[in-house]
Design a protein around this ligand. Structure first.
Ligand code: HEM
Ligand SMILES: *[C@@H]1O[C@H](CO)[C@@H](O)[C@H](O)[C@H]1NC(C)=O
Ligand SMILES: *[C@@H]1O[C@H](CO)[C@@H](O)[C@H](O)[C@H]1NC(C)=O
Length: 310
């Protein structure tokens, strides 16, 4: 009976672990503290050009409060973050980009302004965007980093945007063309403002893949191998003819369950360390407890001589 209870517990724990987690904050952005004490609910490490997006989104009003951080730049760089209203234009995402541009002017002040882009020959002239943008400001920090703050009003119920970001050189206080090599031309991706999920031609899905591997490994270990091994011990033991085969089957199941479990645990740890932005506390604590119990169980068994199992 106790065995069945343990099984049932393991299954319910497994279920709770495989439930999707609500918010996706990944990477280094989550540790960032704004000097102005501004707080955003979500953030995303953008895959190119040392950039980070922090945001708070209210779907019912379409209000998107955001901060775009771009590190590793100098006083002679411009940076830009834009929304391209045409989700299908990822191959030419610069065209139609509703951009916010910022750079340091030669007199030391920071200029930040709006610029709609309609051609690859643009000089990023100031102009009105398709969206209402308010609270536009920028900060140049540590001689190395530009932050653009803004609040966008998006059409209500649009939860996915095509974001485009860029950096380029400034000469005589005006922006000129950015390099057109891979990191620059890849700097675009769709972003789901509610889930934080991203998609881009360049490597956005690796975290989701890791999550799936973590889930599958743990499901196989805790959900299949362990219970099967336990059942072997419980039900096959009674047949004299199955002795000592049941024990080897049992031991093999539990050992491979443990090995697979360790792999699942390791991918979980990696996921955890990749997602500094948010802590899945209950999930993590359950995982750690399960792992410790599993480890204890394995060591308890390995110190038993076979005969005590007969
Ligand atoms: C001085 C202003 C700019 C100039 C002169 C310029 C020029 C260009 C040129 C010539 C290309 C290559 C097109 C090709 O490969 O056929 C390009 C590509 C690109 N630019 Fe710009 N650009 C400027 C500003 C921006 C800004 C502000 C952004 C983002 C907000 C941006 C994002 C991109 C992207 C993502 C590509 C890759 C192709 C695409 O998806 O459209 N550019 N740009
Ligand atoms: C700096 O230069 C810009 C553009 O030339 C000008 O609009 C601004 O007023 C200047 N600021 C100061 C403090 O001189
Ligand atoms: C937005 O979605 C909600 C729920 O799906 C719906 O009730 C509402 O009418 C939608 N609003 C607009 C402007 O489409």
């Amino acid at each position: 009976m106790a065995g069945m209870l343990r099984l049932a517990m393991a299954f319910s724990v497994l279920l709770s672990l495989s439930l999707p987690s609500s918010h996706a904050q990944t990477g280094a952005c989550g540790n960032y503290k704004f000097t102005s004490n501004k707080i955003f609910t979500s953030c995303s490490d953008l895959p190119y050009l040392n950039s980070f997006l922090h945001w708070t989104f209210e779907q019912s009003t379409g209000k998107l409060q955001m901060a775009y951080r771009h590190t590793g730049i100098t006083t002679s760089n411009w940076v830009a973050w834009a929304i391209n209203p045409n989700l299908n234009s990822e191959s030419s995402a610069m065209l139609g980009a509703q951009s916010l541009v910022a750079f340091q002017q030669s007199n030391g002040t920071t200029r930040v302004y709006k610029s709609p882009i309609s051609s690859y020959q643009t000089n990023l002239a100031e102009g009105n965007l398709n969206y209402v943008v308010s609270d536009l400001s920028a900060e140049y920090l540590n001689n190395d980093e530009m932050i653009i703050f803004a609040t966008w009003t998006l059409p209500t119920n649009s939860t996915t945007i095509l974001q485009v970001w860029q950096q380029g050189p400034v000469s005589s206080d005006s922006p000129s063309v950015h390099p057109t090599v891979a990191p620059n031309t890849n700097a675009k991706q769709t972003l789901n403002l509610l889930s934080g999920q991203t998609a881009s031609s360049g490597g956005g899905g690796s975290r989701i893949r890791k999550k799936n591997i973590h889930g599958i490994l743990n499901a196989v270990s805790w959900g299949v191998l362990m219970p099967f091994g336990a059942m072997v011990a419980r039900y096959l033991k009674v047949f004299k003819s199955a002795d000592p085969a049941w024990f080897y089957l049992h031991a093999t199941c539990q050992t491979s369950a443990y090995v697979v479990g360790v792999a699942g645990w390791a991918t979980g740890l990696k996921l955890g360390s990749d997602s500094t932005g948010i802590q899945y506390d209950t999930h993590r604590n359950i995982g750690i407890t399960l792992f410790c119990l599993g480890t204890l169980q394995v060591f308890r068994h390995s110190s038993h001589p076979i005969s005590t199992h007969g």
